[in-house]
Write a protein that binds this ligand. Structure first.
Ligand code: ZN
Length: 81
């Protein structure tokens, strides 16, 4: 999706909201809670042909935080980290 092609329908009409203002903040729901006090802003990619949305956490610090705080779905991921 980030490369500009929709993985679902193959369309290249993919638009990125990575640079929109107010990605996260009090009026935005475009973020996910990481822990009690931290939120990670999301970059959204939308295919305007089929409507598929993909969201990415761009903040490196938040990604590390998630790896520390969240439970790994695949338990071997913890060993590699
Ligand atoms: Zn699509």
């Amino acid at each position: 999706m980030k490369s500009g092609q929709c993985p679902k329908c193959g369309s290249k009409a993919v638009y990125s909201g990575a640079d929109i203002p107010l990605k996260s903040g009090p009026f935005s729901s475009n973020a996910i809670p990481i822990g009690l006090t931290s939120m990670a802003a999301l970059d959204n990619y939308v295919c305007v042909d089929c409507g598929l949305v993909e969201s990415y956490v761009a903040d490196e610090y938040m990604l590390k935080k998630i790896a520390r705080k969240w439970k790994a779905v695949n338990e071997t991921a913890d060993e590699e980290a």
